[in-house]
Design a binder for this molecule. Structure first.
Ligand SMILES: O=C(O)[C@H](O)CO
Length: 349
């Protein structure tokens, strides 16, 4: 039996010695170690290391020849690790690319499949947390929460003197238009229905009547109708060639002047230049974005300086519980693919 002692770095780059791994017993997984996933690694490395020898990407880059033939799975979170032809060509034993999260727009699935390699994602487990961030963004922008916090923190006199502009807009009773009524969109609708909102939705396919009834959602066959009638427009579609710049100047111009755009899908679904223009010229009231392009935005980007915008660093699924479920699901999918079983969450081109 070949026992290999792998000296490695921690997921966050702090030197430490990984446990002894038998590469014969544990398959090797290549994984990113920077950006937002850093926190996920820090918390859940043991879940992965129980089954895999983890080769952090930085380590792989420095010693490709040593690791390349051992790697049978790649774990990615977003586009931080580019799974391109160059990488695929040097990993002869790669069987599966597993994405943490549901969106796989950063992966070239036909290319990966053409190497005989499966692609998996982690649907379902991110739905609640992502719907929650949509609601959180809607409430935060409607009620000027960021302004309120900054006001409290910087206030120096004995009495508060809130300006008229700090007055929020009501959520209860308002109309929410949901563009993209898949699993996450529907979870948003459930939440919004408890907030006594009127709900419109636009989707490629109309939901079943009982689904609509359960949340009081009204289908708009034409997205334009939803844009014209909604106080809050929330974008929850997948990014695809069809949804690239789905919301541009034309669509923003159709929204109510007191309307707010919330994007929890992918940055490129919204034409950012058009959005900046719409926000600067008062075509819409505000925007609240979990996603942008690029991510992160350059610090000088107008979206980061406008007072009527909230920008988050793509935190939709970023909770302890959801991250743990994602990592567990990534491991389960990878193990299934490596043992020749059908992974539950294989994504096909
Ligand atoms: O795709 C997803 O599930 C979230 O955006 C996290 O990346």
């Amino acid at each position: 039996m070949f026992i290999r002692h792998l000296l490695s770095k921690s997921f966050l780059g702090n030197p430490r010695i990984l446990q002894l791994h038998s590469v014969m017993e544990k398959p090797c997984v290549l994984a990113t170690t920077f950006g937002a996933p850093g926190a996920i690694y820090q918390c859940f490395a043991p879940v992965i290391e129980k089954h895999f020898t983890v080769i952090p990407h930085e380590e792989f880059v420095n010693n490709k020849h040593h690791f390349a033939h051992k790697i049978s799975a790649v774990f990615v979170w977003g586009g931080a690790l580019k799974v391109d032809r160059n990488l695929l060509q040097i990993l002869p034993n790669l069987k599966v690319v597993v994405n943490g999260g549901v969106g796989v727009d950063h992966l070239d699935i036909p290319l990966i499949n053409s190497f005989g390699i499966k692609v998996c994602n982690t649907p379902h487990v991110v739905d609640n947390a992502t719907a929650d961030i949509g609601m959180a963004l809607m409430l935060a922008t409607a009620r000027n929460l960021i302004y309120g916090h900054n006001y409290s923190a910087s206030h120096e006199t004995e009495e508060w003197d809130l300006p008229e502009s700090s007055m929020g807009t009501d959520v209860s009773g308002a109309t929410l238009g949901i563009i993209g009524m898949g699993r996450i969109g529907y979870k948003v609708a459930k939440r919004a229905s408890s907030f006594e909102m009127k709900i419109l939705y636009h989707n490629r396919n109309r939901r079943k009547e009982e689904d609509e009834k359960a949340v009081g959602a009204v289908y708009c066959e034409k997205m334009d109708e939803l844009l014209q009638k909604s106080d809050f427009v929330m974008v929850v579609v997948n990014l695809s060639p069809d949804t690239q710049k789905l919301i541009g100047w034309r669509e923003l111009s159709m929204m109510k002047p007191l309307g707010t755009l919330i994007n929890i899908s992918r940055g490129p679904v919204v034409d950012q230049e058009a959005l900046v223009h719409a926000l600067q010229s008062g075509v819409i009231r505000a925007a609240a974005l979990d996603v942008t392009y690029p991510e992160p935005l350059p610090r000088s980007h107008p979206l980061l300086t406008l007072p009527n915008v909230i920008v988050l660093p793509h935190m939709g699924s970023h909770t302890v519980g959801t991250s743990q479920l994602m990592v567990e699901r990534m491991v389960t999918n990878a193990l299934a693919a490596l043992s020749g079983d059908q992974p539950t969450d294989e994504v096909k081109a």
